[in-house]
Write a protein that binds this ligand. Structure first.
Ligand code: GDP
Ligand code: MG
Length: 378
């Protein structure tokens, strides 16, 4: 029998969190396009669901501004213990838009979940609500070995102030262990230097053994992961991994990456901690700032980004209006010139006509005179 992945162990956690109906647990993955988010989601599901009763569901939320968010769900049940696991897969930055505010729809999604819950809570309809408040947000970092990009910093800043942010180094099989260690240290320094809040597993009230486990988890942060959608043979046994000419990079081998530590943290040891901190810290922060601000949000960077988008649109509109007015003005000028030309032409023709007229008159008078002379001469 394959080893159990430990959902049942939730019952041993510090507080009992699960009623008979089970609990919601939602994870979100965020990061640049191609960094390996979708592969990770599929890897996580296939290893978590190995021997659980599964009710799998996949659907897509189409959000505004053509950014679509993919939601994968599974009802996981082990020994009568139910968890509704939801993973929200976001399209990478650059998939749909390239600008600086590419993260705004993701932040909107997070806030919307809190907002929906808040509305349901205040109207007393909490039971019926589809609660997709995100308990853990995995931010995927490219395994560049250098340091964080400014976009990483900006996005993580936003995420960290709203959810339990868990920075993750993607594609650990593409970086040497030595470079990985340096990279991890640099990332931690960078997070600190930029005051980015990220999730640190809580130790309090842990017994000695659990504390040791948690310590080993914490010391591996930021977690490195290898993902793979296929299994390859290692020593005659199928394992999930990526096969190279020189060997296999194994997803669940702790010497190769921290996938197992991360999965343990999420699904086994700290699911409860993630849920409570979301409820007590992040949701409460959202609720109180929402109640406080009530429409006044000058200091909020998201509101500022939205405002800048709105003002950009206004500028564009203004420029369009100016261009249109200018065109109309030019057309009017052209018309006026043409009209004046016409008037001048008419005047010229009138003058010509008058000249002709008087010439005719002169000729007539001359003709009459000649006629008189002829008559008189007879
Ligand atoms: N070497 C390596 N490649 C990976 C890993 N995870 C994903 N990939 C590859 O990276 C590419 C992009 O992955 P995908 O999951 O679609 O990225 P997404 O755009 O972030 O969802 C695919 O070709 C994957 O096979 C990994 O851990 N190691
Ligand atoms: Mg993807």
């Amino acid at each position: 029998m394959a080893p159990s992945i430990g959902i049942a162990e939730l019952a041993n956690q510090r507080h009992r969190i699960v009623s008979r109906k089970g609990t919601n647990f939602s994870i979100m993955v965020v990061g640049e396009s191609g960094v390996g988010k979708t592969t990770f989601v599929n890897t996580l599901f296939s290893t978590v669901l190995k021997d659980s009763r599964v009710l799998h569901e996949r659907h897509t939320h189409q959000l505004e501004r053509t950014i679509s968010i993919d939601v994968v769900r599974a009802d996981v049940e082990e020994k009568g213990f139910k968890v509704r696991l939801t993973v929200v897969d976001t399209p990478g930055f650059g998939d749909y838009m390239n600008n600086q505010d590419c993260w705004v729809p993701i932040i909107d999604f997070l806030d919307d979940q809190h907002h929906n819950y808040m509305k349901a809570e205040s109207s007393g309809a909490r039971k019926g609500i589809d609660d997709v408040r995100i308990h853990a947000c995995l931010y995927f970092i490219q395994p560049s070995g250098h340091t964080l990009k400014s976009l990483d910093i900006e996005v993580m800043k936003q995420l960290g102030s709203r959810v339990n942010l868990i920075p993750v180094i993607a594609k650990a099989d593409t970086i040497t262990p030595k470079d990985l260690a340096t990279f991890k240290a640099r990332i931690l320094d960078c997070l600190k230097a930029h005051n980015i809040k990220y999730y640190i597993p809580s130790f309090e009230d842990d017994d000695e053994e659990t504390t040791l486990v948690t310590q080993s988890i914490v010391s591996a942060m930021p977690f490195s992961v290898i993902s793979s959608e296929t299994e390859v043979m290692v020593d005659g046994k199928p394992v999930r991994g990526r096969e190279y000419l020189w060997g296999v990079a194994e997803v669940e081998n702790e010497a190769h990456c921290d996938f197992k530590k991360l999965r343990n943290l999420l699904i086994r040891t700290h699911m409860h901690d993630l849920i409570t901190s979301t409820e007590e810290e992040h949701y409460e922060t959202f609720r109180s700032t929402k109640l406080l601000s009530m429409g006044r949000s000058d200091d909020d960077p998201v509101a500022r980004a939205k405002k800048s988008l709105a003002s950009k649109m206004k500028e564009d509109e203004e420029a369009l209006r100016k261009r249109f007015t200018e065109q109309v003005r030019q057309e009017e000028n052209r018309f006026r010139q043409w009209e004046q030309k016409l008037i001048a032409e008419r005047d010229r023709l009138n003058r010509d006509l008058e000249e002709h007229h008087s010439l005719v008159k002169e000729l007539e008078a001359e003709y009459e005179e000649i006629q008189l002379q002829v008559k008189g001469g007879r």
